[in-house]
Design a protein around this ligand. Structure first.
Ligand code: ADP
Length: 246
């Protein structure tokens, strides 16, 4: 044996790094329509740690939405693996994926996706309805989440009675209410004016400071630089990864 005792110990030492909340390995996604095949992701490997704020960026057609759908368990990879919060979600059926989405992921979309006939409070309660949380607890948690985003005076307003920025804050409250493993924000400022965008990004900064894991998908570099780390997708591959300005 030529290896010294110190080296041997160093090799055997278990890593102190916490397990990543998101672990993608060699993820490929092939879309087939008729005889045409498009390989939208061509082998993506990516780890995201708990509490990280990561922006996924890249030009149109690069594969960002495909990656977002897989990260959000809205679709599954054609090959490769995906572990979310330690659970292998790669081969789950739609029923199990729906449960993972409800319990583990808080979604914030460009179009807000609020139900127009429901008040802000009821919209935020919805993920808890699906999770089977009793009514009183639901109400209390939804009100708390709305207070968290500064909308405690708008609980009974319907989306049509709120500004775009306020609607997006309701969507953030709805994303938070289940205490998810990650917040997945897909172009969250895409429908907002510059002031409301700044507010929404400020809110994400606060959530990050409070220890939330945030994955932000955007084509807008000015938005992406707010994150701690930027992951650039190009032609179905992770091209460059670099630290953001934050
Ligand atoms: P981005 O979000 O960066 O614009 P996408 O993930 O939407 O990129 O698309 C990546 C590639 O996959 C593109 O070439 C696109 O045309 C193709 N693609 C996306 N969705 C589908 C689909 N459902 N069927 C066939 N091809 C698709």
């Amino acid at each position: 044996m030529t290896t010294s005792a110190t080296e041997a110990t160093a090799e055997a030492e278990p890593s102190n790094e916490p397990a990543p909340i998101i672990a993608l390995r060699e993820v490929r996604k092939v879309y087939r329509s008729g005889s045409l095949e498009v390989e939208a992701l061509r082998g993506v490997t990516l780890d995201i740690a708990m509490g990280e704020y990561v922006a996924i960026t890249g030009p149109s057609g690069s594969g960002k939405s495909t990656l977002m759908h897989i990260l959000g368990c809205l679709d599954v990879a054609s090959s490769g693996s995906y572990h979310l919060a330690g659970e292998d979600v790669s081969d789950m059926d739609e029923i199990d994926l729906a449960e993972v989405r409800n319990q583990r992921i808080g979604f914030v979309f460009q179009q807000f996706h609020l139900l127009p006939s429901l008040t802000a409070l009821r919209n935020v309660e919805l993920p808890l309805v699906y999770a089977g949380v009793p009514r009183e607890e639901r109400r209390a948690r939804a009100a708390e989440a709305l207070a968290r985003v500064g909308l405690d005076d708008r609980l009974d307003h319907r989306p049509g009675e709120l500004s775009g920025g306020q609607q997006q804050r309701v969507a953030v409250a709805r994303a938070l209410v289940t205490e998810p493993a990650m917040i997945l924000a897909d172009e969250p400022t895409g429908n907002l004016d510059s002031r409301a965008s700044a507010e929404a990004l400020g809110l994400l900064d606060e959530l990050c400071a409070a220890g939330r894991t945030i994955v932000l998908i955007t084509h807008d570099r000015d938005v992406a630089v707010r994150a701690q780390r930027m992951v650039r997708v190009l032609d179905g591959l992770i091209q460059v990864e670099f630290e953001g300005a934050a």
